[in-house]
Design a protein around this ligand. Structure first.
Ligand SMILES: Nc1ncnc2c1ncn2[C@@H]1O[C@H](COP(=O)(O)OP(=O)(O)O)[C@@H](O)[C@H]1O
Ligand SMILES: [Mg+2]
Length: 263
């Protein structure tokens, strides 16, 4: 929707509704853009996506569509319950739809006017879409160039509508490096949010940081992320720790001195 002041839709923000994340993004995602959540299995990618959709419905009156290539809807609903969201309720109220299919079938649908995607978006006037996960598109082809084209076609298919999308992608390597498929997607999307496991005091924590956010400044700090029974919380930075990105942070000398002092 174009606002009265005439500043285009592109400038509009779409708050994710996830505690702490919107401030990092200067208010939220860009309207009609795609954000990718990257991370190793279990880092919380699906949790973030489900909350983006749930909060869209509960806080912002924006119906949502979940496209999953990974989990049976039943499993998805169970996962959402553990975060405090009842997706079934939203579905009953016609504010949510879930499509569980294969990447190949969906790709065909999205290129076909009046297909399942078009009909679903129109039936519930969806404004948010969550796709879990883009990694499954690799099942269609192993060829890097072709894959990039498929991802491009796929995402453009989504953006034909006035929707804002969040998609997930699995990290190919635990440490830093990107696969060709990951690099391809990174170019296409507007926002990249990276999740990481970090080891702190012999326990595993989760970290979140924003790698890319088109057309606006963003918080570049690495923050702690918690998954709780009331949703995801993006918290403070990891004070006094360096090396978070390596997965093995160490306490900085200044903090260690302070800790020793207070022993
Ligand atoms: N209410 C909760 N409290 C704490 N941890 C949770 C809660 N709900 C889910 N989790 C944890 O979230 C993780 C799953 O995250 P998920 O989003 O499925 O990861 P990914 O999609 O990146 O593989 C699991 O480790 C699970 O234990
Ligand atoms: Mg997942």
């Amino acid at each position: 929707m174009v606002d009265e002041q005439g500043s285009g839709k592109e400038a509009q923000r779409v708050p994710t509704g996830i505690a702490g994340l919107d401030e990092m993004l200067g208010g939220g995602l860009l309207f009609n853009s795609v954000a990718v959540i990257k991370g190793a299995p279990g880092t919380g990618k699906s949790c973030l996506g489900m909350e983006f959709i749930s909060k869209g419905i509960s806080e912002y009156g924006e119906p949502g569509l979940i496209i999953t290539f990974e989990e049976f809807p039943r499993q998805l609903y169970r996962d959402a319950i553990s975060l405090g969201f009842d997706l079934r309720d939203y579905e009953r109220e016609d504010k949510l739809r879930t499509i569980f299919t294969t990447p190949a079938v969906f790709l065909r649908e999205i290129q076909q006017p009046g297909g399942i995607f078009d009909r679903t978006i129109e039936e519930i006037s969806a404004r948010r879409v969550f796709v879990d996960s883009m990694t499954q598109l690799e099942r269609i082809t192993q060829d890097a160039v072709e894959l990039r084209e498929i991802m491009y076609t796929f995402l453009n298919g989504l953006l034909r509508y006035d929707i804002t999308a969040m998609v997930t992608q699995e990290d190919a390597y635990i440490t830093g490096n990107m696969s060709v498929a990951e690099a391809g997607l990174s170019y296409i999307v507007d926002t990249i949010i990276q999740l990481r496991y970090v080891e702190i005091n012999s326990s595993i924590d989760r970290a979140l940081f924003v790698l890319k956010h088109r057309a606006s400044d963003h918080d570049k700090r690495i923050r702690r992320m918690l998954i709780t029974p009331t949703g995801v919380k993006v918290e403070s930075v990891f004070e006094g720790r360096e090396g978070i990105l390596s997965g093995n942070p160490y306490v900085t000398r200044r903090v260690r001195k302070a800790e020793e002092f207070f022993k």
